[in-house]
Design a protein around this ligand. Structure first.
Ligand SMILES: Cc1ncc(COP(=O)(O)O)c(C=O)c1O
Length: 487
């Protein structure tokens, strides 16, 4: 466990800090708080995060200097936190090969088959196989986005469970988070269903009590639980409610690659989840600009999703992470529409070399997050939500609530941060796509004021992979400074 510099923590902060395992670090040390300094930063090797974890910093080595931009007496971040992660060289090379071959169609195939050199294997099938290994699922369907994956998961469940669902009068309702991204209710209405919104807690995760209440009241038989910003809810509680009310569970894991609940990976069928949906959009842990995956252990859901994504005639035979039940493909293929939601070969070429890098990416994010968390929980004007005992995050973004501010004051704070190179958004802003009040297309909830209270002044900050430890400190300095000058 890392032992970073100590601090005089508030009671709440200390409780939070003492929670071990959450991000893989604990913090303890001398009583007196000393701001982490360039001396500290210099002592932590950036290229060896394993040894970084074991660094012990003596208080005497710390100074009160802050890590400011060299041209400014006030904190200012000199790099762009909105820049996405670049594609590894191997991915760039592979894109060139694919483009030179002209075989960009998902079923184009470029790599010679292992058993028959006359046959080829496409990059999308290869990445499906690799991604299924990452999440621990039997089957994987690569798609053009996570939104498509959620839509296809709902579509497949509606078809598979048609008989029992058709006995329920009225529109098909789907339980989901009131606090999530607009793509989730959009996928629900795309599938011809109605969202039944569930409140979040002050940790921004689904409130299991409200989940049960809404399950009972609405009679919904499908749920999409969305792990916004990689914050895992009480998955044991969710699984219990789903079992009790015979609800089919889909997980939106757009942000939760690498996260787990009590050691069980997010999206795993161990919680009864029938399909889990992941994103490779630029701000996620894998960046292909656009892209998504549906993973499942359910044979029929996999077959239906593959067909519906755009596998026609006998193309399903080239999949490497699909059921080998060709009879089922043949039985269902003519009744299944082709929505053309396939992943592009270039997207797969971009993703494949990123998968072996994931463990290092998690490690670096967790390390940086732990530092930011540790610094920010000191500040008076904000409240960090913490995470549930049992949830392990990755920490590629950070959220906190601004205390005792009205909208003008919150705006002034954000403006000051942005001016100093640390742009962030407020979830409750009138134009934020995570503010459910903006979802006029999807029956925005009228009974989710408790959720709104939690997100109204919640700031959302990216912590991209390219941040150095010194950058993380500068971000914290900017937040501290901006809180002061706008209070
Ligand atoms: C919580 C959540 N779910 C789903 C999605 C949809 O992902 P995609 O952009 O890959 O469709 C997003 C997008 O960022 C998201 O934030």
């Amino acid at each position: 466990m890392a032992r970073l510099c100590g601090t005089k923590l508030s009671k709440d902060s200390r409780k939070m800090q003492e929670k071990t395992g959450q991000f893989g670090f604990t913090f303890s040390g001398p009583r007196k708080y000393t701001r982490l300094s360039p001396a500290f930063v210099a002592r932590v090797p950036q290229d060896d995060l394993t040894s970084a974890k074991n660094v012990v910093v003596e208080e005497s080595a710390l100074t009160s200097d802050t890590v400011y931009d060299k041209d400014s007496v006030e904190p200012r971040l000199a790099i762009n936190i909105k820049s996405p992660c670049p594609v590894p060289e191997a991915g760039i090379q592979r894109c060139r090969e694919v483009m030179e071959s002209g075989r960009m169609f998902r079923y184009g195939g470029l790599t010679p088959g292992a058993n028959n050199p006359d046959q080829t294997v496409d990059d999308v099938s290869l990445v499906e196989k690799s991604f299924a290994d990452v999440t621990g699922h039997k089957y994987c369907v690569a798609l053009n986005s996570c939104g498509s994956a959620i839509f296809l998961a709902v579509f497949a469940v509606l078809k598979k469970e048609h008989e029992r669902l058709s006995k329920i009068p009225g529109p098909t309702k789907i339980l989901t988070n009131a606090f999530t991204f607009a793509a989730v209710p959009s996928a629900i209405v795309h599938a011809g269903c109605e969202p039944e919104y569930v409140n979040c807690t002050d940790q921004f995760v689904i409130d299991v009590e409200d989940f049960e209440r809404k399950a009972k009241e609405s009679g919904a038989k499908i749920a999409i639980v969305s792990h916004m910003r990689g914050r895992l809810c009480d998955m044991s509680g969710v699984a219990e409610v789903c079992k009790k009310y015979d609800i089919t569970l889909i997980e939106d894991c757009a942000h939760s690659l690498g996260c787990d609940w009590k050691g069980v990976k997010s999206g795993s069928s161990e919680h009864g989840t029938v399909a889990a949906c992941f994103s490779a959009q630029s701000n996620k842990l894998i960046n292909s600009g656009e892209g998504g995956f549906l993973v499942t252990d359910d044979e029929e859901v996999a077959v239906r999703a593959i067909l519906c994504a755009g596998s026609y005639e006998y193309l399903y035979k080239s999949h490497l992470a699909a059921p080998e039940n060709y009879e089922l493909f043949e039985k269902l293929k003519f009744e299944t529409p082709n929505y053309s939601l396939r992943m592009h070969q270039i997207t797969a070429a971009i993703i494949e070399p990123q998968l072996p890098l994931l463990e290092d990416r998690y490690k670096k994010h967790r390390y940086n997050y732990a530092i930011a968390d540790r610094r920010l929980c000191e500040l008076e004007g904000i409240r960090l939500p913490g995470t549930l005992d049992g949830a392990t995050g990755v920490g590629d973004s950070l959220q906190f609530n601004l205390k005792n501010r009205n909208w003008d004051e919150a705006h002034a704070f954000c403006k000051e941060c942005a001016k100093r190179g640390v742009p962030m958004e407020i979830f409750g802003a009138a134009d934020n796509a995570r503010n459910f009040k903006t979802w006029q297309f999807a029956l925005p909830p009228s009974d989710c004021e408790p959720s709104y209270k939690h997100i109204e002044y919640a700031a959302d900050l990216r912590l991209p992979l390219h941040l150095t430890e010194s950058d993380v400190h500068t971000i914290c300095d900017v937040i501290e400074f901006s809180l002061k000058v706008t209070s």
